[in-house]
Write a protein that binds this ligand. Structure first.
Ligand code: C2O
Length: 525
């Protein structure tokens, strides 16, 4: 019986919970990919995990366990001795036999298997297991790095060995591809990267932007971080929404739709697109989840993603932030192979505190630049007579609204009498192709915004970057949420009964994306 399918957003009682469980590894099907650009391709990836030879172990924090602290440092600050060691570790991992679950190829396949439809959910046998686009994203990737790092350390015989983080949000000196990843013929080089983004190219978090100067790119990067991380102060906004047994990316309803966090959908996905190679049909490796972790820089990218989850929790103005407490989140379970090639079962709740996992990150002063960023508004009052449609709350029976390249509409907002001030825009029932890279950019109070509109202002709300994730189902259905109260206050629209929301659709190489939504609402959260 598929309990999760009807539970919607109603919280489950502890006796009746539907957390995601590890899949049945004997039931694995190849993952699929089709062409993005260039000649038609039909690729099948066999990412199935090897079957365990021994009994699956449960991860526990044993009392009296030997604790070795691992300090993850910024990739652009490590010294030559570390770089040599890091390369050695990947050389050893790549030299393991292909069927060894610790080998580099198998490590890469783990990611592919859980994003590309290799497994079905236990308890909902028709529904694909997907660890992106929801609250599973951060804990799953934290565990993935945890075991990956332990395998590298054990191959080196150095328990203190720690991964690095690619500090792409650092607008002082980290916003380039770290030089040692770009050196060819090394174990951490990958030829399937965009040649245009080798150092000294500056990371563009607004990936389709056309800024010409470094100052413009940096200024926009700060706003991307501000909108993706700083104003997204609830666990749902930042880390993503509920994903339980039955949650289905391909066949969800408006009510039961998955929801990626602004951090995952925004800057995290941007780095994938930015790094992937446009000369390969699927923007391999980083530009498509099926192949992303075949590029060793993936693990440094996710080191930073993992670090920023901590920064979001502990270092924001306004104090401590919290993770989800829903038992379907806490009790979600995954499996990974460890450094002894044992299959280990882990829970999401055991990944919420890096210190318990003996992992720390070096502090980054440059975080303050985006934490304290203050985007300027370029508009003040809206034109109250502007003749635009009004879009409101939808249900599943509502007609779909076609976006084309852009859509502007009035959306009513609750009156300011409410004391709570976290105001959330929900784009309901977004349906979109997942076959090529698409961007959904959202603006407030800019009825003429289009793909060329700058995203460095307070009118810019955020972006949903859709990194392709292939499966037999070509569309995904999801809700998208953004904190919008900060934008509205900066512009001075608190007292308006309605505001203009503009959604702009951008695609890689201007492909025709047919995008529809069901509705839009603005509510206090
Ligand atoms: Cu699983 Cu950065 O993606």
């Amino acid at each position: 019986m598929l309990k999760g399918a009807s539970s919607g957003s109603v919280p489950c009682s502890p006796g009746n919970i539907d957390p995601i469980l590890p899949p049945d590894l004997t039931q694995c099907s190849p993952a699929f990919a089709v062409s993005v650009a260039g000649p038609p391709v039909n690729l099948t990836f066999n990412c199935c995990l090897p079957l365990p030879k021994k009994k699956v172990k449960n991860f526990t924090f044993k009392k009296g366990r030997k604790r070795v602290k691992k300090v993850r440092r910024a990739a652009h600050h490590v010294d030559a001795a570390y770089i040599e060691k890091y390369n050695k570790a990947y050389e050893l991992m790549k030299a393991l036999p292909a069927d060894d679950p610790r080998s580099f190829a198998q490590q890469a396949d783990v990611h592919c298997a859980f994003c590309n439809g290799a497994y079905k959910q236990v308890g909902a046998e028709n529904v694909t297991l997907q660890i992106h686009f929801s609250w599973l994203f951060l804990p799953w990737h934290r565990w993935y790095l945890y075991f990956h790092e332990r395998i590298l350390a054990s191959l080196l015989g150095d328990p203190e060995f720690a991964l690095v983080y690619w500090n792409w949000d650092n607008q002082i000196d980290g916003n380039m591809m770290p030089a040692f990843f770009a050196k060819n013929n090394t174990p951490v080089y990958d030829e399937k990267r965009n040649p245009a983004v080798q150092p000294p190219a500056i990371v563009r978090l607004a990936v389709l932007s056309t800024y010409n100067t470094t100052a413009e790119i940096i200024n926009d990067n700060l706003n991307q971080m501000y909108q993706s991380v700083v104003t997204a102060s609830t666990p749902e906004l930042f880390t993503g929404g509920a994903y339980r047994v039955g949650t289905d990316l391909a066949n969800s309803t408006v009510l039961n739709s998955p929801l990626g966090g602004s951090f995952e959908d925004g800057v995290h996905n941007a780095i994938h697109f930015w790094t992937g190679s446009p000369t390969f049909p699927l923007l391999q490796d980083m530009g498509v989840f099926s192949t992303a972790s075949r590029d060793p820089i993936f693990y440094a990218h996710h080191g930073n993603v993992d670090r920023l989850w901590e920064v979001w929790k502990h270092d924001m103005p306004g104090g401590q932030r919290y993770d989800h407490t829903d038992p379907d989140f806490l009790e979600a379970e995954f499996v990974f192979y460890d450094e002894n090639a044992n299959l280990v079962k882990v829970k999401a709740k055991d990944a919420l505190d890096n210190e318990r996992l003996d992992i720390t990150y070096t502090k980054v002063y440059a975080d303050q630049l985006w934490i304290n960023y203050s985007p300027n508004a370029t508009t003040t009052t809206p034109s109250p007579t502007l003749d635009l449609p009004t879009i409101g709350l939808a249900s599943d029976t509502s007609d779909s609204i076609t976006l084309g390249k852009r859509l502007s509409a009035w959306v009513t907002q609750p009156s300011f009498k409410d004391l709570k001030n976290l105001k959330v825009l929900t784009i309901q029932g977004l349906e979109i192709t997942r076959e090529f890279f698409t961007q959904i950019l959202v603006f407030v109070n800019l009825p003429n915004a289009d793909i060329n509109t700058k995203t460095n202002t307070a009118e810019y709300v955020g972006t949903f970057n859709i990194v392709p994730t292939f499966s037999k189902k070509k569309h995904l259905k999801t809700n998208v949420k953004f904190e919008i109260g900060d934008n509205i206050k900066r512009i001075g629209l608190q007292d308006e009964a309605k505001v203009i929301i503009t959604i702009v659709v951008g695609t890689y190489e201007d492909q025709e994306a047919d995008v529809t939504i069901k509705g839009m609402t603005i509510k206090y959260d």
